[in-house]
Design a protein around this ligand. Structure first.
Ligand code: FE2
Length: 207
């Protein structure tokens, strides 16, 4: 059993208000080192915090850790605003990375619906790991598609993704994938956070 947030109990996700802090300079996502890593479509990922601080996208379990206590990689030096955003949430974080998603179709996005593995090795009694998204590019016509049941469109929610949108998703509970018509790639920050008082307080502050 793990500690879970009431804020996510009903729907499994929370759309927060847009990030109102410092504008994130595009260099902070354009100048990072990306790795070839496929998840939910034609994607590349820039690791900003990883299990050991190495430039890798693998699960923390490969190093015997739950998805918590991420260590900054060399990319972190190039994106101080994103590091600050992560630290200001105040909750324990694991994976911190940017997803670059190349354009896709609605049918491809639906096909790409998947569950994340956020809680492998997460000790009983600790906080359930969920993920937060900070949208970097301005893609109001792109949607995060969420389903409770992968094969039942009636369980679906769609969240559009303008710049600075903040979303928290229990992405091990909800099937998810982004539909991004393009034409340019979509970039977003994704951070694994531990559920608990700190994350709850931040969600309330951003609601
Ligand atoms: Fe995912």
């Amino acid at each position: 059993m793990h500690v879970k947030l009431d804020a996510l109990a009903e729907k499994g996700f929370a759309v927060l208000r847009n990030y109102e802090g410092l504008q994130v300079p595009p260099e902070e996502w354009m100048q990072l080192e990306y790795m070839d890593w496929k998840s939910g479509g034609d994607t590349n990922f820039a690791p900003i915090a990883s299990a050991l601080g190495e430039m890798e996208c693998a699960g923390f379990w490969d190093h015997g850790k739950p998805d918590k206590d991420g260590i900054w990689t060399k990319n972190a030096e190039l994106c101080p605003t994103l590091v600050k955003w992560t630290e200001e949430v105040g909750a324990r974080y694991g994976r911190v990375r940017i997803i670059k998603l190349n354009p896709n179709t609605e049918a491809e996005a639906t096909h790409n619906l998947h569950l994340d593995d956020n809680n492998r090795l997460n000790p009983d009694g600790e906080g359930w790991v969920v993920r937060a998204w900070l949208q970097l590019t301005d893609d109001p016509n792109s949607y995060m598609i969420l389903r409770e049941d992968k094969n039942d469109p009636a369980t679906e929610s769609r969240i559009s993704m303008p710049r600075n949108r903040q979303i928290v998703i229990d992405s091990q509970r909800l099937w998810h994938a982004a539909w991004h018509p393009g034409p340019e790639p979509r970039y977003a920050l994704i951070v694994s956070f531990e559920s608990g008082d700190a994350l709850n307080k931040w969600i309330e502050s951003q609601s």
